[in-house]
Ligand binder design. Structure first.
Ligand SMILES: Cc1cc2nc3c(=O)[nH]c(=O)nc-3n(C[C@H](O)[C@H](O)[C@H](O)COP(=O)(O)OP(=O)(O)OC[C@H]3O[C@@H](n4cnc5c(N)ncnc54)[C@H](O)[C@@H]3O)c2cc1C
Length: 888
């Protein structure tokens, strides 16, 4: 965002910065303009600039024909903020009441504990903790609206890469503080429109105000403040930049939060204050989870079915169709009407025949299998498709003798029919007859068949030949699926599969090559010879993946094959690097440590680095002296890598690392110090302490990064004998060093007198931290005058409140802290979401929709809009009327 806004510095300071602070509680330098301001970006793309885009949008809106306004809505002047009379909860309550009235009760306090995807039946299995105990639901589709960090953990067993990606999304801590002041405390502002009149304020970080924004609750919303003599304010404090600017709100007590905000109220309203775009009242959602229902009372259901069955012969097409849908919704309990429904498979209208097939499937009408088999030859593709799906839902035992009729659909001219036939055969446990579908003219059908064959042990053994052939299919997705399926073969894997997977190293699509590597990894060390081919791949990440995969095989054979690839005469440098990476991961790699060490003299820098990394992985102390020799290497990067590797080599490594403390390069010295720092190194603390005097000498290093690293190490090793030297850093020019010195004193349990040297620090964050540490070391709390909020207050007691109110804290009506408040749509966010989608698809998970605000956007209006978009996608996916899951 900063990069995009750098063309307009004023707009950045007055618009983007407060917007980012107010809406995301975020940091504009890390947020993605594309992800965080999707619509603003559209404006820019539309007309070349934000302003021109906005004008064009207004013009277009003016020209649009407006829908008549709902007369029940209150009249408002222009753009305004809004909430509900009883707060936002009123909105969710109304939604629930509406859903309840449609016969599908909304379930509250259902906590999703676990999620799985049943490959065979292609349904999600959802385990909930509910007020009535554990409940399991099965559903074709799931919409997950939990925050990304919850969703990540739920998805982990189903798709670990998606979980990894999602867990990288950060949520800063934010607190909402509602306070009440006497009206008399406020000064009349210069605009003359009365005190605290308007929406509120948003504060650019550049203004030095800690609070992100304040909502004038009593003037903005009627009936929130019954007492006219009182004013209610809602402050938001915290956010992504608070830790860096003010030390974070995590340690502030509720009282301190109020105090901090009180100081703000005594400050003049800054010129850059902006109206807040929309109102938010309740921090967390209400924990609702949808649940299938159907008809609550049995006799009502019976009545409905009877009347629907009566209508099946109606002259009106829609009535017949609707009646079939109704019977379908009643599921197996409508089976008594199955013969009447089956007759509708001969209806003159294709839509009715289709509805009949769907209904028979939902009714699990095994008695109508023959009718459904006949419908597989219907002239209408949709009818054939639904008939195939329905056959997958009726009893497998009844369908199995007739599978050849379903298999015949591999030549069907319609793609959907082919797909439905594959699903049907899988559902009735006949995946092993799927081979003809692998040569379908539709790649999607061929892919589906291959994936299913791969999933079923019997099917993949019976069809091993067609899997290896499919690796040369013209369609990328089919080749990928074939590679994955080959990986499932395990001990059944034959020479032809290995050959086919190895030849995939020449595939033009990196995804196929990746799938082949993954498959080879599953086949064990027999595949090592094939896997090394990928060490020469042109794609960096694939080479990396191949090396990691080889490393994971970790046995003598894999290590030997890898070492051979390292030393072979024609090996390219990238090949050697991959081989080194793999050997570094293997315990069996130790047998080849000499070959690895030989690469420390390689002419190629990246290869030297890879060799160091590999030796580090092998943790072989014997090679510490060899790494020490690298102190003469001209590349600082190599020296840094050598030091880091020494950290894993125990006592011998530590002795060698000491030499690097004298390096001319500050980065190398810093890395050498970190060897002795417990949180940065694997070196046992007892060994680190033995050498700490040499490390402590660098407290006077010319480079602050080095001094910082030393202070951290001393603190983490609890070296109280250095308290005096650390306290002397109160004179250090760098505030990060001073701050870390304070933290180190606390860890060392130094005397309060040492911490006291930082109490007068110029930097408020250092000062505040010093006050905490001083108190925790037994020095007591600094008096009120020294309190940080008072210091801020002295700077800010200007207008909003009368100066005489300076020491009067407001009444705190409520303080609520969200440890993880708002997702940060940081640079690369959209790509991250795309990766998650792709990982889920790669894992074969279907019907899974992620719909938290980290996907759709954080403004409430956008959340609602996005909810509708997702609902439409789900409807497209399930393609039937509101099919709800039912407890198993
Ligand atoms: C302090 C703060 C101020 C805000 N101010 C505004 C504002 O002024 N205007 C605005 O438009 N937006 C504002 N927002 C943003 C807005 O509130 C959110 O973007 C919106 O509520 C997000 O909706 P959501 O459904 O994605 O997530 P949430 O509202 O967080 O809902 C997630 C739900 O998932 C549930 N859940 C979690 N785990 C499970 C599980 N295992 N099983 C079942 N359920 C689970 C949770 O209980 C919760 O109900 C603010 C947010 C915060 C935190």
């Amino acid at each position: 965002m900063v990069r995009k806004a750098s063309r307009l510095p004023f707009a950045f300071q007055r618009l983007i910065d407060p917007f980012v602070s107010g809406v995301y509680a975020g940091d504009p330098s890390t947020l993605s303009a594309e992800a965080a301001t999707g619509r603003v970006q559209v404006l820019e793309k539309k007309a070349g600039s934000l302003v021109a885009g906005a004008i064009q949008l207004f013009q277009e809106r003016g020209a649009e024909k407006k829908e008549p306004r709902d007369p029940r809505l209150p009249e408002v002047k222009g753009q305004t903020v809004g909430s509900f009379r009883e707060g936002l909860k009123q909105f969710s309550d109304a939604l629930c009441a509406d859903i309840d009235s449609k016969g599908s009760p909304v379930q509250l306090n259902w906590k999703l504990k676990q999620l799985a995807f049943d490959d065979q039946s292609q349904v999600h299995v959802l385990d909930y903790d509910t007020p009535k105990g554990a409940v399991r639901l099965r559903s074709r589709s799931v919409v997950l609206t939990a925050p990304s960090y919850v969703t990540a953990e739920l998805l982990r067993p189903v798709c670990a890469p998606a979980a990894e990606t999602l867990s990288a999304i950060r949520y800063p801590r934010v607190a909402a503080v509602t306070v009440e002041y006497p009206r008399s405390a406020f000064r009349e502002p210069a605009h003359g429109k009365g005190i605290v009149n308007g929406f509120g304020q948003l504060h650019p970080r550049t203004q030095g105000i800690r609070t992100l924004g304040t909502i004038y609750s009593s003037s903005l919303f009627p009936n929130r403040m019954p007492d006219d003599d009182k004013i209610m304010l809602l402050h938001y404090i915290g956010g992504a930049r608070d830790p860096e600017l003010y030390g974070g709100i995590q340690d502030l007590t509720e009282g301190e939060l109020v105090e901090d905000l009180n100081a703000l109220c005594k400050r003049p309203i800054p010129s850059a204050t902006l109206p807040i775009s929309s109102m938010y009242r309740n921090g967390s959602g209400n924990g609702r989870a949808g649940q299938g229902g159907g008809y609550a009372e049995r006799d009502k259901e019976q009545e409905t079915m009877e009347s629907a069955a009566d209508q099946l012969t109606s002259w009106d097409t829609n009535t017949r169709k609707f009646s079939l849908q109704t019977l379908g919704l009643c599921g197996p309990s409508a089976d008594v009407y199955s013969d009447q429904v089956a007759k509708c498979l001969d209806d003159e209208e294709a839509a009715v025949r289709k509805a009949a097939a769907v209904a028979l499937g939902k009714m699990r009408a095994s008695s109508e299998t023959s009718a459904l088999l006949a419908a597989l030859r219907d002239t209408d593709a949709e009818v054939r498709c639904e008939a195939a799906r329905a056959l997958g839902q009726v009893s497998a035992k009844v369908v199995s003798p007739h599978v050849s009729k379903v298999v015949a659909l591999h030549q069907d001219a319609d793609e959907e029919v082919g797909l439905a036939a594959v699903s049907c055969l899988v559902a009735v446990g006949q995946a092993r007859v799927l081979a003809p579908f692998t040569s379908s003219t539709f790649p999607t059908v061929a892919k589906a068949a291959i994936m299913e064959i791969g999933r079923c042990p019997m099917a993949r053994t019976a069809n091993a030949g067609c899997l290896s052939r499919a690796l040369s299919h013209k369609d990328t997705a089919v080749r990928m699926a074939a590679a994955q399926a080959c990986g499932e073969l395990g001990a059944e894997c034959a020479e032809e599969h290995l050959r086919a997977l190895a030849s995939a190293s020449a595939d033009r699509h990196v995804k196929v090559r990746r799938a082949a590597v993954q498959a080879l990894g599953r086949l064990g060390s027999l595949a090592a010879d094939c896997l090394v081919r990928f060490f020469r791949d042109s794609d960096d990440s694939l080479r990396h993946f191949a090396a990691e995969t080889m490393g994971g095989l970790d046995d003598a054979l894999a290590a030997e094959v890898t070492a051979k690839s390292l030393t072979e005469a024609q090996a390219t440098s990238t090949q050697r690097q991959s081989a080194l990476q793999a050997l570094g991961k293997m315990k069996a790699g130790r047998d080849h440590a000499a070959a690895v060490a030989a690469c420390l003299d390689d002419a190629d820098l990246a290869t030297r680095l890879a060799a160091i990394q590999a030796l580090s992985g092998l943790k072989s102390e014997d090679y510490a002296p060899r790494l020490e020799q690298l102190r003469k290497d001209p590349a600082a990067g190599v020296r840094i890598a050598a030091v880091s590797a020494l950290a894993k080599m125990g006592e011998r490594g530590a002795s060698s690392a000491l030499i690097f403390l004298e390096d001319e390069d500050a980065g190398v010295r810093q890395s050498a110090v970190k060897v002795f720092s417990p949180l940065h190194s694997k070196l046992p603390s007892s060994v680190a302490r033995a050498h700490i005097h040499q490390v402590a000498q660098l407290l006077l290093d010319e480079d602050w990064h080095v001094r910082l690293a030393v202070v951290v190490a001393l603190g983490d090793l609890h070296m109280d004998i250095f308290s005096e030297q650390v306290a002397a850093l109160s004179q250090d020019e760098n505030n990060q060093v001073r701050r870390s010195a304070v933290a180190a004193l606390e860890k060392m349990k130094a005397s309060p007198a040492h911490a006291a040297r930082f109490l007068g620090d110029d930097d408020p964050a250092v000062r505040s931290h010093a006050e905490e540490v001083y108190a925790s070391l037994g020095g007591g709390r600094p008096d009120d005058d020294g309190d940080i909020s008072e210091a801020t207050h002295r700077d800010t007691v200007q207008t909003m409140l009368h100066p005489t109110e300076a020491n009067n804290l407001p009444t705190a009506l409520g303080v609520r802290v969200w440890d993880r408040a708002i997702p940060q749509l940081e640079i690369g966010h959209n790509k991250r979401l795309a990766d998650v989608k792709e990982s889920l698809a790669d894992a074969g998970v279907k019907g899974m929709y992620l719909a938290g605000n980290y996907v759709g956007g954080v403004a409430l209006g956008r959340c609602v809009e996005f909810g509708i978009e997702i609902a439409n996608e789900v409807v497209d996916f399930i393609k039937v009327d509101a099919k709800q899951p039912t407890p198993a």
